[in-house]
Design a protein around this ligand. Structure first.
Ligand SMILES: N[C@@H](CCC[C@H](N)C(=O)O)C(=O)O
Length: 326
């Protein structure tokens, strides 16, 4: 953040009956989504199949989020704790999203927990859409969300499931080998807007502790790093996976990863919808829940799963200026 002054320009979330955060100095009436100004910076916490996020509502793009501040917010001991940050900005107010403003009012400025920027976050888009509904910006139904990976169409259903049209998977020719300990596997290269290496293994235990990124070679295949998925079969069109995410480590779910895994499994199983003319739907189990992935004959991929807002509150201004943004 550009020092403490940025904090005073944040539009906070509304005072909700279950929100225990103290009212901002301007009084409760100032703490509303409708654009009132407060000296406190609001946040929410949400997750999609336990891929969790700190949500920072910032419609006017008044908050600068340097990598070390993101890392501090995501720190599970010294911060709020999360796999990443969803910075919620109006597309028209963000230089990377202005060109999408006619199609999508809101831009998901996603950051990994180490502060790095990623093109796309599948679980993040679902949680982002759920937040927009929670904040009263949208009703259940269809909406568009701008991301670094382009505009994504999202459907919020009333039961809590969210479907995202993730676009087409790209399957580059270049492949890599992923290694854990003394075992190596060929990994399918699938790009869902962000890069994935999908390895089919015999047991998810073979992924090891995933405390560090599994090495892959040749390194040139993924010059910007990669998310690595380990996959086993659970039944017909049903797989389970673990993931080591670029910039976040092992997470309990990865939406783009689940899409990459489903597409790799569809190709492996000879069920490519472009060839069969039939959509292919796969169930993907992750440590944090289950996602349903459908690839259509035109190559587009849909992902459906839950998205939950867990809490809302306000950062302590002193912590923000003295610790998070120091
Ligand atoms: N958890 C996300 C993916 C987040 C980005 C990824 N770590 C990257 O750097 O590409 C998802 O649900 O897709």
């Amino acid at each position: 953040m550009a020092g403490a002054p940025g904090v005073s320009r944040i539009v906070p979330h509304p005072a909700r009956p279950h929100c225990t955060a103290p009212p901002p100095p301007g009084g409760a009436a100032a703490s509303r989504y409708d654009g009132a100004v407060t000296s406190a910076l609001a946040f929410l916490k949400g997750h999609g199949t336990e891929n969790d996020f700190v949500i920072v509502p910032d419609p006017d793009n008044a908050v600068d989020l340097p990598p070390h501040a993101v890392a501090r917010l995501c720190d599970r001991r010294a911060g709020i704790g999360a796999d990443g940050v969803l910075h919620v900005v109006r597309s028209a107010a963000h230089p990377e999203a202005r060109h999408m403003a006619d199609e999508a009012e809101w831009f998901m400025d996603y950051r990994n927990s180490d502060g790095s920027v990623a093109e796309m976050c599948g679980n993040g888009v679902r949680v982002f859409a759920r937040y927009l509904q929670y904040a009263g910006h949208v009703e259940p139904g269809d909406l568009a969300v701008a991301t670094r990976g382009g505009v994504k169409q999202v459907h919020l259903d009333k039961a809590g499931e969210v479907t995202v049209s993730m676009g087409r998977a790209v399957l580059p020719e270049a492949q890599a080998t992923v290694t854990v300990g003394d075992r190596s596997w060929p990994a399918r290269n699938v790009n869902m807007g962000n890069p994935h290496a999908v390895a089919f293994v015999d047991s998810l235990d073979q992924a090891g502790d995933l405390l560090t990124a599994p090495p892959f070679s040749p390194a040139e295949v993924y010059p910007d790093g990669v998310n690595v998925e380990f996959v086993v079969d659970r039944g017909p069109r049903h797989v389970a996976m673990r993931v080591h995410e670029r910039g976040s480590g092992e997470t309990r779910s990865c939406g783009t990863g689940a899409c990459a895994v489903a597409v790799a499994a569809i190709r492996r199983d000879g069920a490519d919808p472009a060839v069969t003319g039939e959509p292919a739907t796969y169930t993907v189990d992750l440590p944090g829940g289950t996602l349903t992935i459908t690839e259509h004959p035109d190559g587009s991929v849909d992902m459906t799963g839950p998205a939950v807002i867990v809490a809302s509150g306000e950062f302590d201004p002193a912590w923000l200026t003295e610790t998070a943004f120091r």
